[in-house]
Design a protein. Sequence first.
Lengths: 78, 325
Amino acid sequence: MKNIKILGTGCAKCKQTTAVVERAIAELGLTDVTIEKVEDIQKIMEFDIMTTPAIVVDNEVIIKGRVPSLNELKELIQ
Amino acid sequence: MFDWIQRFADWLVYGLLDLEKGQHLAEALNFFIYDSFKILLLLFIVIFFMSIVNSYFPIEKVRNFLSRNKLYGAEYFMAAAFGVITPFCSCSSVPLFIGFVRGGIPLGVTFSFLITSPLVNEVAIGLFVGLFGLRVTVIYVISGVLLGMTAGIILSKFKLEHLLTPWVKEVLANAQKESEVFKAEHTPFKERLPIIWAEVINILKGVLPYIIVGIGIGGLMHGYIPNGFFEQYMNKENPFAVPIATILAIPMYSNASGILPIVQVLVSKGIPLGTAIAFMMGVVGLSIPEAMLLKKVMTLKLIGIFFGVVTLCIIISGYLFNMIF
């Protein structure tokens, strides 16, 4: 079971990131995944990042401060 | 350097579309085409360059540098200068703030960074070069850095730590100086390039509609407002022009991209540059949405003091600009 968290306080870039994550999961056909949106700033800061949006896979930060491209993300979460 | 763009615009408007030179519509269209092409080209160059710098100098490195080194006052300059090279999305202001506090960086220094970063960014620089030329751009960048430093130093004198929200005070109490040296990433340039490229395209795409609309409105104003129109209302002798422009600008929220082309036309029609720049700094540097975000980390009183000091510094730099030009 994979857990993907999207960290961001809800700005445009965070929404783009969510869309990319959802598309990557759909295109890879992953079913064993939970997506969690973390919008609370105190919870976000527990991951020790300084720029949002960020993507966390199983408690490891894989992207921070930018919206990843679909292909890049697919490789990272495969 | 941009002659070829002017020739292209002339050819398109007077040649291909066969509009008469001197006509309002023709002049406005010519201005629009010339400005759009020139500005997009400059933006592309500046954003690309800044993205490269940023790829090698991420924000974590900046924080660790400021946290690790004792700089005897130079940290304000460093924080403001780092603010220039670090791209900044207003939604990142809170994580940045907490990140700095956690690294044991003094509040005043953090403020220097927070003020300069949105004020002087890659989009603003690209637009400034295109609209006002290199000399004004250099002066703008320098005054943005000075403004961040000054406001940061003033704010540090107030000892504002007790005005942070409780959970931030806790972070502050547990702050630790960064001891580990930032682990150098040896990603070759070739592998960085696709990410840099994507970032450049992303930023350009984001600001493009604002710029086109801004230049469009600017183009219309350029063709229809008579030269020197504003001089009778907002000349340099009017001492209230700068504060009024600044205060009017604070509630407005726009990235520099939409506002700057309009500001440039206002200046060409007689509004003093300092007044216009004070207005612009107010729009870009301070905004109500930013205040809402900062409420998570600061009490209202602290936000008030922060905005007050920055507003004051903007007004002063507006006056200074008007004296220089």
